[in-house]
Design a protein around this ligand. Structure first.
Ligand SMILES: [Fe+2]
Ligand SMILES: [Fe+2]
Length: 255
């Protein structure tokens, strides 16, 4: 079998397993188009066809029973524990900033800078991440999270920031950022919060040290002081980005 045929066979097995799991569940769990785009397919299964395959069942319109259960009024820390796929990079970057004696807002910006990647989506993660936190943090923090995406690609000798070796490894030696990133960087240079975004880059730790002790508990107080946790629960409030948190809360809801 060629490797392509093997990949197809593995894909078919995964689809079959998924279908089997769907039948095991009480409700019909659906994937949004974005999930299938990530598998290289443009398409979606209609509600009617799913109903036909699962007689007697209704569409899932709430929590996905396969995921860790979230409390009724979730906090940012609950998302860290139950929805973020990986937190070591964030915790290590924030720990680095804390040890460097930076302002608490800088530490929070480091702690949150890649939350979009670990919870939501990679493409344009700085923009998504900033939008997610915008209603709940000081404008300096969300601005810096948005801008770090562009700034990461450009050195700043004045603070000793070089183009990351990791990017050369990840994207190849010839990779050039798209024009919108170049423009975002140029705009950011003159902004009053430029240095906050630059400090995210300086504390952005790629080489995770397995012996480093990092703990979310070290940041509970900073989160408490600088992240405005809505009393209704994060995602269940009426903020302009609540729907993004709700989507993480219930990622497979039919509508
Ligand atoms: Fe990032
Ligand atoms: Fe990062």
């Amino acid at each position: 079998m060629t490797s392509l045929a093997q990949a197809h066979a593995a894909n078919d097995r995964a689809d079959a397993l998924e279908e089997h799991m769907m039948h095991e569940l009480e409700h019909i769990v659906t994937k949004s188009v974005l999930f299938t785009l990530a598998d290289g397919k443009v398409g979606m299964e209609s509600g009617q066809s799913l109903m036909a395959k699962n007689p007697g069942k209704y569409m899932l319109m709430g929590a996905d029973p396969r995921l860790p259960q979230m409390p009724a009024k979730p906090t940012l820390i609950d998302y860290f524990r139950c929805r973020f796929a990986s937190t070591s990079h964030l915790l290590q970057s924030a720990t680095h900033a804390l040890k460097g004696g930076h302002d608490e807002k800088v530490v929070l910006a480091c702690l949150l800078h890649d939350i979009a990647v670990v919870s939501f989506i990679r493409c344009d993660h700085g923009y998504w991440g900033a939008q997610m936190i915008e209603p709940y943090v000081d404008e300096e923090v969300s601005w810096a999270v948005r801008a770090h995406q562009a700034l990461r690609f450009f050195p700043d000798e004045s603070v000793g920031y070089k183009y990351p070796d990791m990017y050369r490894k990840l994207f190849g030696p010839d990779y050039k950022p798209e024009p919108y990133i170049v423009e975002a960087y140029q705009r950011a240079r003159d902004h009053k919060h430029y240095m906050t975004a630059r400090l995210i880059c300086l504390n952005d730790i790629y080489s995770f040290d397995p012996n480093a002790k990092v703990n979310l508990d070290d940041f509970t107080d900073i989160i408490g002081r600088h992240f405005k946790q809505p009393k209704e629960g994060l995602g269940l409030d009426n903020s302009p980005s609540a729907h993004m948190w709700r989507t993480m809360l219930w990622p497979t809801r039919f509508l």
